[in-house]
Every structure is written in structure tokens, then in C-alpha cells.
Design a protein around this ligand. Structure first.
Ligand code: HAS
Length: 571
């Protein structure tokens, strides 16, 4: 198909120039998506086994059971967190961003070689992480938050450095490509998917400075033996400067699919494009001034700073409420057009038998519950009750494991067949996978939350604990049942993806269309990136400067400027 000024606002993906798809983006996107799911295949398998080890009934029945290779509990937990939450998501986000930007703008990326260099960095980072987790299980078991004074071998941190470097390259490529397009199309609005991707990558660039400083100046030198002390409080502050924006870095690509692909897959049209843009901009500027809600229990942060971050945390929930209304209205219109009647009839007429649509709908349902538990966490008083209990993994399995991972899976159900050029191996297997995932995550989230309220700590090998009461045992055994359901789901997912890649016999059909035009009703003000990045910087400074001042003065950490943190000696 020839590209011209008359090219329609939505393009079936396969009708784009074959040359561009075959030689460039197809391999680039495919390399990212397949590597991301390979990381998930190891990380996700660790999850059910941990649920079994935390369940008293399982430990009584199988006292000697261990996970092959990852036999040490904290090693498996570190693999689960780093591979799922960091490597799977980051590599997927890069691949999906490249796909959406290339397809929506119908333009080559600013730099394809750089994009490959970024992918190479992430791949080497992933291999380094796997290597260190397997060869040095005790020392590298610092979990995905890697709080000091636990210090991992240098390979662990270098793997993370390469991963973040790869994301910076993606961010630069996405932002510059979008800018070049805007110069070539004066007066036109960026397609919504690209608009959201630009906002998200800007937010990542700013927030990841925190974790980069932490790793490069505090943790890596300690790991290499260049310094012999570390500053746990300053490290935690630097980590959570990045750690909360990180959850929106995961969320926005899922929203990109839900806002720009799902409406058309569901048989309708997005209710409001400008409202969606406002939501993405709010996520961009409000994601950073919130991270102290992870430090509510830390004595090193004052109550005033905790209150300021609570305020922003509640504000950053608003774009998700806006999403609920915007997507709810979109789905309602589509459902009514398909014959849905009455108050709830439109829900039943959704395409529940299309795996990609079903995955995104189930993901949204999980997010209703995951979002509410997030708002509970955000209240400092309630947080004291749930912090560091298994309530928190309950919350994040319905968010990262729900809206994020399940939407990514829904995307993979059309994107991987497209890359391979053959249809999904089995639609029925995919549907079974989606529903077992939804059921498993809902049950896991609920049982872990109940166990947390009964006082069960997170990140602990509770299955062997002699101190559990009957309620805790009940909920932990329930979490193990959801582990069985999730193990079935994960097995179905990877069997289907591997068989699709190996060569499904069916020809490719049913790929969604990608929007190529922005809504002209959307105000141009929303695309003044200098303004929004400036607001992001100011809000970040206002919210974080006092927190850093406290953390630094508490440990005379000004010496960090000379790369010699004071603080506590390492064990
Ligand atoms: Fe969170 C801890 C607060 C959202 C992830 N969070 C975590 C951790 C992770 C995480 C990984 O304030 C653990 C970190 C660690 O290891 O220690 N979180 C929130 C709040 C929100 C929130 C206020 N979190 C997320 C998202 C995540 C995520 C999103 C991943 C992607 N979180 C916290 C707090 C903590 C925390 C504290 C610290 C806890 C502690 O003490 O350690 C909000 O952004 C949530 C807003 C969401 C909503 C839901 C909107 C619903 C929608 C669905 C609509 C459905 C439709 C379908 C339309 C308001 C959009 C209907 C139609 C059909 C047909 C079905």
C-alpha cells in the first residue's frame, strides 16, 4: 500500500509497507517482545512455588520440596521480582513503544541502530542478572528493591544499569522520533498512543535519575569494595523517588492499548480523546511527587513530607478514575451497539470470547479491586496496619499482575502472531489462560490481603512458621490454591506462545488497527512538552527537596558528594 496524504486515520497493521515491517521494526519489536516473555517465563514460574512454600498445608505435606535451580526462598523471590517486575516489563515497554510509534506515525524511528544497541544492553543485562542469581544465590538475594545494607555482587547492579540504559535509549528514540514527526506535520496532533508514550518516557527519564544515583554512587561502589559503608535511609529515598513513578511507567503502556486498541477491538470508538490526553499528562506530572507513601513507616521522613506525598498520591489516582469513566463509556457504547440492554446488559455483550479483548476486560476488572487497595495504602493511618504485611503483595498482584501483565498478554495475543506471520496456535487455550489468570490473581490478591490483615508479614517463609494462627493458615493455604490456578495459566500461556512461534498451521487473521491521527479537537496546549516537563520538574523539586534534605542531614550524608557515604558499616 502506498502512503499518501489521504491515508486513512486507522491502518490495518498488515497493510503498511512490507519493507519497513520486514526489515526494520518487525525484527526489532519481535526481539523485544520475545525476550520480555522469555524473562517472564522464568520469573512467573517462581510465583506459584513461593505461594506453596508460604502455605502451611503444603509444607506439612511436602516438607522436602524445593524449586529446581532456585531452591533458596529469597533467591526465587529475587528472581520473581527482578525478572517479572523489571526485565519483563521494561523490555516489553520498549518493544511495544517502538511498534506503536512506528505504526501510528507511519515513519521510521529516529535511529534504528541505537534501538538495537538499547536492546543489546537490555539483553546482556538480563543474562547478567540470570547468571548472578544462579551462581551466587545467597549474595544476590537482595529482592527487586535491593535495599542496603544488603549488598549484591557487582554483576547484579551492572545488569540493572544496562537495563535502565536500554530504557533511556528507547525514551530518546521515541521522543526524538515524535519531535521529527511534529516538525514534518505542523499543526497536527500526535496520535494518542504516541502522545502517551512521549509523556511516559519523559516521566521515566526524570524518575530513573534517582535509582541511577543510588546504584552508581551508593550500591555499586559498596559492592566493588570501593567504599565500606552505606546509607540505608538515603538509598530508600533514592529508590522510591523512582519506585512509584515506575508503577505508572508499567501502567501507561497498558492504558495505551486500552485507550487506542481496545475500543476498536471491542467494536466501538474511544469516548473522549482529549480527556485521555489530560489523564496521561496528569500521570506524567503527578507520578513523581508521591513516592514517600512507600516510606510511611520510616522514621527518617517527617510527618509534613508524608502528608504532602499523601496529597499527591490521592491526586495521581484521579487519572485512573478518569480512565474508568472514559473506558467505561467507550465499552458501554460498544456493548449497546452489540445489542446490550438495560443497566448492565452492555457488559454481557462485550467480546468475551476474543482472547485479546477478554484479557484487557479482565485486567480492568482486576484493577477495580487493585486500585481500591492502593487508595487504602495511601492513607498513612491505614498504611501502618498493612505495611510490610502480605496485604501489599495482594495489592500489587492485582495491579502489576492484573492490569499491567494481563493487558501485556492481551497485546501479545495479536502482536506475536503478527510478528510470526501466523495466527495464534490456539484461541481456546488463550481464553482458558486469560480466565485462569483473572481468577488466580483475584483469589491471590484477596487471600494475601486477608492474611496481611491477620498479621502475616510479606517476604517471609511463613509455611514453616510455628507462630501462625488458624486464620493466617487458612488464608495462606488459599493463596497456595490460587498458586495452582496461576501455574495452570502460566503453563497455558507459554505453551501457546511457543507453539505459535514454532509455526502455527493457521494463517494470520484478525489483527487490530492502529490509529494514525490525533483528534483535532484536542488543544495544542497539551503538546507543549517543554511546559509539561517544566511542571514535572518543579513539582518534583517541591515534593522531594525537603525529603532529601532530611535524609542527608540525618546521616551527615553530605559526604555522598565526595562519594564517601557515612551511615552504617555493611555486614
Ligand atoms: Fe500501588 C505499593 C498506592 C496503583 C504497584 N503498588 C505498591 C507496590 C507495587 C504497586 C508494586 O500509598 C509494592 C511496592 C513494594 O514492593 O513495596 N498504588 C497506590 C495508589 C494507586 C496505586 C493510590 N500500584 C498502583 C499501580 C501499580 C501499583 C497501577 C502497578 C502498575 N501502592 C500504593 C501505596 C503503596 C503501594 C501507598 C505502599 C504500600 C506499603 O505500605 O508498602 C492508584 O494509582 C490506584 C488508582 C486506581 C483506580 C482504579 C481505576 C479502575 C479502572 C478500571 C475500570 C474498569 C472498567 C471496566 C472501565 C482508582 C481504571 C468495566 C467494564 C467491564 C465490561 C468489565
Amino acid at each position: 500500500m502506498q502512503l499518501s496524504k489521504e491515508t486513512p486515520a486507522v491502518l490495518p497493521v498488515l497493510e503498511l509497507p512490507r519493507l519497513a515491517m520486514l526489515r526494520d521494526e518487525r525484527f526489532l519489536v519481535g526481539a523485544h517482545i520475545i525476550t520480555a516473555f522469555a524473562a517472564l517465563s522464568i520469573g512467573a514460574l517462581m510465583g506459584p512455588f513461593q505461594a506453596f512454600h508460604r502455605a502451611p498445608a503444603f509444607v506439612e505435606a511436602f516438607p522436602d520440596a524445593t524449586i529446581p535451580v532456585f531452591s533458596y526462598y529469597y533467591q526465587a523471590l529475587t528472581a520473581h521480582g527482578t525478572l517479572n517486575a523489571l526485565f519483563f516489563t521494561f523490555i516489553f515497554i520498549s518493544g511495544f513503544s517502538y511498534f506503536m510509534v512506528g505504526r501510528s506515525l507511519r515513519r521510521k524511528l529516529w535511529s534504528l541502530p541505537l534501538a538495537w544497541a538499547g536492546f543489546g544492553a537490555m539483553l546482556v543485562g538480563l543474562l547478567m542478572m540470570l547468571f548472578v542469581l544462579v551462581t551466587e544465590p545467597q549474595r544476590s538475594s537482595v529482592l527487586y528493591t535491593f535495599y542496603p545494607p544488603l549488598i549484591a555482587p557487582p554483576t547484579f547492579y551492572l545488569g540493572l544499569v544496562l537495563l535502565v540504559l536500554g530504557c533511556w535509549i528507547t525514551a530518546a528514540n521515541v521522543i526524538v522520533t515524535a519531535n521529527l514527526w511534529r516538525k514534518e506535520h505542523p499543526g497536527e496532533r500526535l496520535p494518542l498512543a504516541v502522545f502517551a508514550a512521549v509523556a511516559n518516557h519523559w516521566m521515566f527519564i526524570v524518575s530513573s535519575i534517582g535509582v541511577a544515583v543510588e546504584v552508581v554512587f551508593l550500591l555499586l561502589p559498596a559492592s566493588l569494595g570501593i567504599i565500606d559503608r552505606t546509607d540505608p535511609q538515603l538509598s530508600r529515598v533514592l529508590f522510591w523517588f523512582f519506585g512509584h513513578p515506575l508503577v505508572y511507567y508499567w501502567l501507561v503502556p497498558a492504558y495505551i492499548s486500552i485507550y487506542t486498541v481496545l475500543p476498536q477491538q471491542a467494536g466501538g470508538k474511544l469516548f473522549s480523546d482529549p480527556l485521555a490526553r489530560v489523564a496521561f499528562l496528569m500521570l506524567m506530572i503527578l507520578a513523581l511527587p508521591t513516592g514517600v507513601h512507600h516510606l510511611f513507616a520510616d522514621p527518617g521522613v517527617s510527618e509534613v513530607n508524608k502528608a504532602i506525598h499523601t496529597f499527591f498520591t490521592l491526586l495521581v489516582s484521579i487519572p485512573s478514575f478518569m480512565t474508568a469513566f472514559n473506558i467505561g463509556a467507550t465499552l458501554e457504547r460498544a456493548g449497546r451497539a452489540r445489542g446490550g440492554k438495560g443497566l448492565f446488559g452492555w457488559m454481557f455483550t462485550q467480546k468475551w470470547t476474543d482472547p485479546s479483548v477478554a484479557a484487557q476486560l479482565v485486567a480492568l476488572i482486576l484493577f477495580i479491586s487493585g486500585g481500591i487497595s492502593g487508595i487504602i495504602n495511601a492513607s498513612a493511618q491505614l498504611n501502618i496496619t498493612v505495611h510490610n504485611t502480605s496485604w501489599v503483595p495482594g495489592h500489587f498482584h492485582q495491579t502489576v499482575g492484573g492490569i499491567v501483565a494481563l493487558t501485556y498478554i492481551g497485546i501479545a495475543y495479536w502482536l506475536i502472531p503478527m510478528i510470526r506471520g501466523r495466527a495464534l496456535f490456539s484461541k481456546k487455550m488463550a481464553l482458558a489462560q486469560v480466565y485462569t489468570w483473572g481468577l488466580g490473581m483475584m483469589l491471590f490478591g484477596h487471600t494475601m490481603a486477608e492474611a496481611g490483615l491477620a498479621g502475616v508479614p510479606r517476604r517471609s517463609l511463613t509455611g514453616i512458621s510455628p507462630f501462625l494462627d488458624e486464620a493466617s493458615k487458612y488464608w495462606l493455604n488459599g493463596a497456595a490454591i490460587s498458586g495452582v490456578i496461576l501455574l495452570i495459566s502460566v503453563t497455558l500461556l507459554f505453551t501457546n506462545l511457543v507453539l505459535t512461534l514454532a509455526g502455527s498451521p493457521k494463517p494470520l487473521a484478525d489483527v487490530p488497527e492502529i490509529q494514525t491521527k490525533g483528534d483535532p479537537r484536542s488543544p495544542m496546549l497539551l503538546e507543549r512538552w517543554g511546559l509539561w516537563v517544566g511542571i514535572l520538574a518543579v513539582l518534583t523539586l517541591v515534593a522531594w527537596a525537603p525529603v532529601f534534605a532530611e535524609a542527608i542531614s540525618a546521616t551527615q550524608g553530605f559526604q555522598i558528594l565526595r562519594f564517601l557515604p557515612t551511615g552504617v558499616p555493611m555486614p
